[in-house]
Design a protein around this ligand. Sequence first.
Ligand SMILES: [Zn+2]
Length: 531
Amino acid sequence: MSRFDLLIRGGLVFDGTGRPGREADVAADGGRLTILPPGAAADAAEVIDARGRAVAPGFIDVHTHSDGVALLRQDDRELVRAAVIQGVTTEISGNCGSGLFPALPERVDAMRADTRVTFGGDVGMYQDFTGFAEAHARVPRANHLASLVGHGTLRSGVLGPVDRPATPTELAAMCDLLDRALSQGAAGLSTGLIYTPGTYASTDEVVALAAVAARHGKPYVTHLRDEMSRVEEALEEAVEIARRSGAPLHVSHHKTAGRYAWGRTERTLPRIAELRAGGMDVTCDVYPYTAGSTALAAMLPPWANDGGLAALTRRLGSPEERDRMRRAIAEGVPGWENTVGNGGWDRISVACAPRNPQTEGRTVAELAAAAAADPLDVVAELLLSEGGEVTIISHSMIEDDVRRVLAAPYAMIGSDGVPKPGGRPHPRWAGTFPRVLGHYVRELGLLTLESAVHKMTGMAAARFGLAGRGVIRDGAHADLVVFDPDTVADGATFTDPLLPPSGVEAVVVGGSVVAREGVETGARPGTVLEL
Ligand SMILES: [Zn+2]
């Protein structure tokens, strides 16, 4: 009789390819899977009874901002755990153009100060992917981490946070740093073209960088330059970048937000389908909520952030500059996604402002009314008081658009979670995967279970080059999740954003059980994946 490290008996196996579930026993040994007929004669050091349960490949969260959370010195296990107990066995960080590498050596210290603000503590800044991976390797982790190379970080790492084109020498330096990080194992190139310094970059600059990713066979992953009234133009820019560079295209957290763009997925999704039918390799990801979350400073026109935090602080202190910002928001700035102009301050609520907890959970419009002040002055004072770093939640989408994207056959699942200490972050970090399985599969029937699992596993692994992951088959990596399809549900809410999910019964990474019934076992088999 074969003896394995782990045996999962009697479950309905969804293998990650999109095939319907079938009964099988799944064994793990030396970190690899063996599929057995139901009831096969076998034994294992640990046996999980999965009768009546679904067994799936471990979920791959293709879109996180969890680059630094494991590196925080304070004990933020609650934040780190939130991904693991949902069944996420691989996180992909470095999204939206932002990460913790790479940078020229002379810029690392200045950037380290900025990342302290962005990530809520000193998580370091690294010259290359290897430095980033080594820092993570010193902190034992339950699940795996892969990372994209963020274009904004790369740009700041060469030019600094400045609003001007890159010189040919600077662009060459950016290409070299990117090439090195991709050679070392980074997963692809990401941009965040609504965020500074991404907003300062021309299409040509991004084409040159995406061509480096293309040479490595790795994707160009983009937070489009506009997800609101000009979302279709922004999509066409991404298509142009993919065509000219030859890189596969992945659109991050696809949405059409703000009242002028509601319903526009009826045009963007057919456009993507048409591109795919024409042979283009294009995919997207989506999170299952109608609210987004980002930095309050991103609500200001791009020039307000030119020069970085010190320059922003100076401008926020000037009544004339505040007037200019107010006018820019009222009138718009060509090429800038103006979230407040598309929605209004009544749709923006404060998520994390640790020195002003009384503001958390309230909209900027409410805060302004209570203070009998102009919203922009409220925003400026809040940013000044918090050293520039305030997280907001933007109630900017409609449910029909979210459902259409979720149902698109090339859309995978990414939480876009921003795990950061304090406040009331968006519940997507702790709720995304069980929410899709519970609300959108079981309650609404928007997706079949096999299709939802595929979006969380095999489809994601194929896009990001995670060989041997995202599937249940002989010899695959033993990353697994066992859940109850009848009860799986998200617990996290906007008022209590880290409440654990229910129905996720076992999470396995590399053949070791890392969580049972929402409780971590203490096993730390996770690694930084070199792709
Ligand atoms: Zn983004």
